[in-house]
Design a protein around this ligand. Structure first.
Ligand code: NAD
Length: 484
């Protein structure tokens, strides 16, 4: 295949402002999930590479925090502009790496620029407070960076998640080492390279590639890492938290979800159906905030299921570069996991409205494509309603009363995102208040403007918040200063 924006054949790590071959000389290959074609080889990092990258970050931190906030902000603004200037190439690489549609990848690159711009403006506005402590003294607080922060990112939105962490950590004056997910390395490496072009001191942003149990684990356990931000599965989040507990290092965890869209019979059903469809097929369902449980009032279940089912059958599935509605899922392993859940749904008695199949004919033959799948008459106790599938699978669950809807929404170990669809504002606010989730949308689902809002979960969906002003504060620690 001729690449529109060619890749190098082999990529090293990027730290200290330069490319570095892996100390152990080992590489691993990465493939395009739309076609199965090899894209490039990437350094398979381990403890030796991590030690060097963290050493660079220690130096980078000194140089970065020595700058005043306004200078850091201006540098971040330059980085955001570079993302905008390079949006075609970055979106292309993100698309071939993850399989996501090119238009969505482009939208995401621009979203990364917006997030960085938002926090850049905050870099010189990280205030403390003056405290009336009642003594004959002046007490005040300052917010200081941690130093070297570690960022372990997943494959579903590599550039988006790396940029979100970068924006907050760097605005607050930290340096960072990123360990990218093994399936999707290129755009994060390019981001680090663009940081140098923007004029950041060497070592402020460093990227190590490789496997979780090698490079990832070495990074989490490094004694100079002072804060860990992780996005990914609950299981890995738990392992990272345990490792962090050994050194009492704070963690920011962005984990899974089983997010409910609650639709009452007085809602705008057309709008609810469109948003619900988008909510579970976006990125082929590989989104922690995917709306995978549709709680529908019993009188409207059939109408909603029919509308969503009809629209789901029209979803264009294809190679990300051809700009379909959805691309493939990330890997054969992920596809098999999704197919397993679809089978379990049928075995446990859920009614299949549409989808359920892997696509293998013609252009689909070498990729990992699965149809959007809708189940109705699902009970909240079924496996497909309880576990995060991370694929385009929707469970429609009926309810009768407001009280029951709230109970069902909260009957999950997760609490990331939720939505309430109703034209009754009193009900909307009553329900929003009682849902145990980090975000509640009313008559909408994942609208624009995410850079300004804190995002994160209740319960097993995570700890801490990214985005907005609160997201920057996550990368600061408070100091009280008292003057007698
Ligand atoms: P994962 O959680 O294992 O991987 C995410 C990141 O953590 C990767 O960079 C990986 O290399 C790293 N990692 C793995 N083990 C590590 C360790 N011991 N120490 C440090 N870093 C480590 O996720 P996965 O295996 O790629 O996907 C499995 C499932 O996780 C998916 O099916 C999905 O349900 C879920 N997932 C959720 C999200 C999300 O955004 N919430 C993202 C990706 C995957």
């Amino acid at each position: 295949m001729t690449q529109l924006y060619p890749m190098q054949e082999k990529y090293g790590h990027f730290y200290g402002g330069e490319w570095h071959a892996p100390v152990n000389g080992r590489y691993f290959d990465e493939y395009n999930p739309s076609t199965g074609a090899k894209l490039a080889s990437f350094a398979r990092g381990d403890e030796d590479d991590v030690n060097l990258a963290v050493q660079s970050a220690v130096e980078g931190y000194k140089a970065w925090y020595a700058l005043d906030g306004a200078t850091r902000g201006r540098t971040l603004m330059k980085l955001a502009q570079l993302l905008r200037d390079n949006k075609e190439a970055l979106a292309y690489w993100e698309s071939v790496d993850t399989g996501k549609p090119l238009a969505i990848a482009t939208h995401e690159v621009l979203g990364c620029a917006t997030t960085i711009e938002y926090t850049a403006g905050m870099a010189d506005k990280i205030f403390g407070t003056v405290i009336p402590d009642g003594n004959n003294s002046l007490s005040f607080t300052t917010r200081e960076p941690y130093g070297v922060t570690a960022h372990i990112t997943p494959w579903n939105g590599p550039l988006t998640i790396a940029s979100r962490g970068l924006a907050s950590a760097l605005a607050a004056g930290n340096s960072m080492v990123i360990k990218v997910a093994e399936h999707t390395n290129i755009t994060t490496l390019e981001l680090a390279r663009l940081c140098m072009e923007a004029g950041m001191p060497a070592g402020v942003v460093n990227v190590v590639t490789g496997y979780g149990n090698e490079a990832g684990s070495a990074l989490v356990n490094h004694p100079d890492v002072r804060k860990i931000a992780f996005t990914g599965s609950v299981q890995t989040g738990q392992n990272i938290m345990k490792a962090a507990a050994e050194r009492i290092v704070p963690v920011l965890l962005e984990l899974g979800g089983k997010s409910p869209n609650i639709v009452f019979e007085d809602a705008d059903l057309q709008a609810a159906a469109i948003a619900s469809l988008r909510g579970f097929v976006l990125n082929s369902g590989q989104v922690c905030a995917a709306g995978t449980r549709l709680l529908a009032q019993r009188s409207i279940v059939d109408e909603l299921a029919a509308t969503i089912g009809t629209a789901a059958k029209q979803v264009k599935i294809g190679d990300g570069l051809d700009n379909p509605t959805i691309g493939p899922v990330i890997s054969e392993k992920q596809l098999q996991r999704i197919q397993h859940y679809i089978q379990v749904g049928q075995d446990e008695g859920a009614e299949l409205v549409c989808g359920g199949n892997r696509l293998t004919d013609g252009a689909y033959a070498n990729g990992f494509f699965v149809e959007p799948t809708v189940f109705k008459n699902v009970s909240n106790a079924m496996t497909i309603a309880r576990e995060e599938i991370f694929g385009p699978v929707l469970s429609i669950i009926p309810f009768d009363t407001e009280e029951e809807a709230i109970a069902l929404a909260n009957e999950t170990e997760f609490g990331l995102v939720s939505a309430v669809w109703t034209t009754n504002i009193h009900r909307a606010l009553r329900v929003a208040k009682r849902i145990e989730a980090g975000q509640v949308y009313i008559n909408d689902y994942l609208p624009r403007g995410s850079e300004s809002r804190p995002f994160g979960g209740y319960k097993k969906s995570g700890i801490g918040r990214e985005g907005g002003v609160d997201g920057i504060y996550e990368f600061t620690q408070l100091k009280s200063i008292v003057i007698k």
